[in-house]
Design a protein around this ligand. Sequence first.
Ligand SMILES: Nc1ncnc2c1ncn2[C@@H]1O[C@H](COP(=O)(O)OS(=O)(=O)O)[C@@H](OP(=O)(O)O)[C@H]1O
Length: 501
Amino acid sequence: MVFKRRARRMRLGLGCYRVGPTWLWKALLVFVAIAFAGQLLGVIYNKSLQQDRSWWLFSSDGQGPSLGFCRPRSHVMFLKTHKTASSTVLNILYRYGEEKDLRFALPLGYQFGYPLPFNAHRVKGYRGPRVAEFSIMGNHMRFNKPEVEKVMPADTFYFSILRDPVALTESSYAYYKAVAPAFRKAKGLGDFADNPQKYYDPRLRNNHYARNLLWFDFGLDHNANFSTTLTQRGEVAIRRTFKLILVSEHFDESMVLLRHALCWPLDAVVSFSLNARQQKSNGGSSWVVKAAAAQPPAMALTDNQRQKLREWNALDWHLYQAFNRSFWDEVDHFGRARMDQEVVLLRTRRELLAKACLKEGGRPVEASRIRDKNIRPFQSGLVKILGYELQPGLDNATRQACLRMIRPEIQYKDLLDARQFPRAAPQPAQAPPPAIPAGGAYMRKGPSSQLRTGELGVEGGGRMGEEERDWDGSRLSRSNNNNNQTLVRDRGGREGKRNIR
Ligand SMILES: Nc1ncnc2c1ncn2[C@@H]1O[C@H](COP(=O)(O)OS(=O)(=O)O)[C@@H](OP(=O)(O)O)[C@H]1O
């Protein structure tokens, strides 16, 4: 009996024990099912949100405020001055032209025979002055109006960009330290600023990077003595051709004026700063914006040295001041309040795109950290040139749009070149220049083993043989200067001073 009762209690107990866990298991199962479904819905929702967002990112929202009645310009010539944010501007032109399927006047290499004055035959595919077939031109050149006019249509819109000569010299010194003999010989930028005459020889190749570089790029004589008549003449000549001169220090306002001048949507002029130098903060090694950055000792300048650099670059300083004034006149004409509003919109848009497109919260990173060589920027000089990495997991359309905004100049030019000349056999852009030992000017190779800026060789296949010639055709000979071999102009050679207009 006792045994039976105990067995019944055990059965009941077991029954109780079974009822409890079954109920719990069922509840758990329902909970897991709900959680799983939630996750699944979340993923689907997020994905569609991301797609919606990317659709929204690069669509009508990027049109910006009304441009009024105007027709978008598609014939554009940008004089790409050196170290002025010109690569960022060129990226804008590349993107617009690519999207609209416009034809670019591209150099054979990466520049139009720089530092020689521009010649129409430097344009790949150029077939003569009466064949108007190019829409956009913007790679580095030394401006030469009559030759440019052979390539570009008569209704072309010409524009360019200037930068404060002191900031420009800092950037140029960092980038061309090894290329320009005047910079190479100086102990640091301050030392150069204290006594530029001590280091500067106008006959030496690539020294144009060290004096009045803007004036030089506009095709004017950068070694001329400063005079009010001369500077006014230069200014008038530039104004006659260039309908808009942007100012690097006011980049965003510049972009607003540019978009209205070209009648382009807001997104077309939204950009990420390209070709920036790495700057170190006082304490750490992280990238910081220039204003807050401590310059490395070789780059540090006192106020007095800054003033001296303005005097040394007096022609550029005049140009910068004159065009800075007229820039603000244009802003006044546009309307200051309206400008402020558009600048806010532009910055908001840039922030949004940076968050969507870029890693590191949109901050530029060292080239060595960029895994994809197609977006690694070209390196030159004393400092690291920064680039960007894309956010992972972007849908294809967004990825392509983001990629366009960060693709460095060299890779972008290669891509456009391949599109425009699909059947052309790959050409070496430039034959390698002769190596000059012991402190002679030297070149670095770009990602495609081709030269870009600050190189020694004449672009477009101009290997310099035994008889070497400078950009204006004057003969060069080697000189041994304090054990530094350099190329100097022969006495009989032309002075290379020419005013193109
Ligand atoms: N958006 C914007 N606003 C202001 N400044 C900008 C911008 N984009 C690029 N930069 C700075 O421009 C410098 C590079 O100039 P370039 O691209 O003209 O150089 S190059 O001649 O093509 O090598 C380089 O200056 P430094 O960093 O002082 O060397 C860039 O940081």
